[in-house]
Design a protein around this ligand. Structure first.
Ligand code: GLU
Length: 285
């Protein structure tokens, strides 16, 4: 909890496309929780991915959420403004001996991985973990692009048994304790080649900086919590209470996704849907 113990919740979309019904559900769910808990609802723009995020999508997020009747305090944090904070966190982990540079390409990893992580992506086989420090230094000094990975096993060992608190289906329901399994993720990338941070590092740093007390996010992000709890431990941060909400599925039972062309809120609006129709359809009527 924050020092004031005021509940603080956030909706944190990435402006890499238009919002769809899945986002609307997550935003309305989070706002409903904040209201019921008598807390604050923050909006945070997760725009570290320079190639995919666009200012016009950020503007559209503001417009779509206002259309749904949501309101949030200004200024809205944008992760692209927060790179020094992520660099400081990465430097801390590096000083603790927990990060190493990795020069492998996606293709090499895909070709050499023998297992998958909880998201189903190739599990990094640890190739660069064994590079001699002098060799890594030489390649960095020569300007070779590197991503920085967490020494997962060392970090997990240092943390010992890690737990976090989950309350389902709403944050005020009876909480239960879960064991975190960050070891399943291997050596995750915390500092990417193309941007000097990563989703996992940024989200943990910002949730702590904004004193988020309750994280509400879709069930598809449940597994990543194990990693976030580990980072919170390593960086001396308090772990918020977690609630994972249901996902909105398409008629074929698949999660809605920008990449699969799920219909945007803007398209529904153009078809004549009112904000109240969206809310009713999602159970927030
Ligand atoms: N930015 C992430 C997304 O749009 C979600 C943030 C979070 O809840 O961790 O999927």
């Amino acid at each position: 909890m924050s020092p004031s113990s005021e509940p603080i919740l956030r909706f944190a979309p990435s402006p890499n496309g238009r919002l769809h019904l899945g986002h609307a559900y997550s935003a309305l769910f989070t706002a409903r929780c904040a209201e019921t808990l008598g807390g604050r609802f923050l909006l945070r723009i997760e725009d570290i991915d320079r190639a995919r995020c666009k200012p016009e999508f950020t503007e559209a997020i503001f417009a779509d959420l206002r259309w749904l009747g949501l309101d949030w305090p200004e200024p809205v944090w944008r992760q692209s403004d927060r790179l020094p904070a992520y660099a400081a966190a990465a430097a801390r982990l590096r000083d603790m001996g927990l990060l190493y540079p990795c020069f492998c390409s996606r293709a090499t990893i895909a070709a050499t991985a023998a297992a998958t992580d909880p998201d189903g992506a190739p599990l990094y086989p640890g190739t660069c973990r064994h590079l001699a420090p002098a060799e890594s230094e030489r390649r960095l000094a020569a300007g070779e692009a590197a991503q920085w990975r967490l020494r997962g096993a060392v970090a997990s060992d240092r943390a010992g048994v890690l737990t976090y608190t989950v309350a389902q289906p709403w944050p005020w329901d009876r909480p239960h304790i879960r064991y975190a399994r960050p070891d399943l993720w291997g050596d995750v990338v915390l500092v990417r080649k193309d941007v000097p941070t990563s989703y996992h590092l940024s989200v943990v740093v910002d949730d702590a900086a904004q004193e988020i007390t309750h994280v509400t996010r879709g069930r598809d992000m449940e597994a990543a919590t194990d990693l976030h709890v580990l980072l919170q431990f390593l960086l001396g941060m308090r772990s918020p209470l977690h609630t994972f909400h249901k996902l909105i599925l398409d008629p074929a039972g698949r999660k809605l996704a920008k990449s699969k062309g799920s219909k945007s809120l803007a398209a529904l609006r153009d078809e004549g849907w009112a904000a109240d129709d969206v809310k009713r359809a999602l159970g927030f009527g």
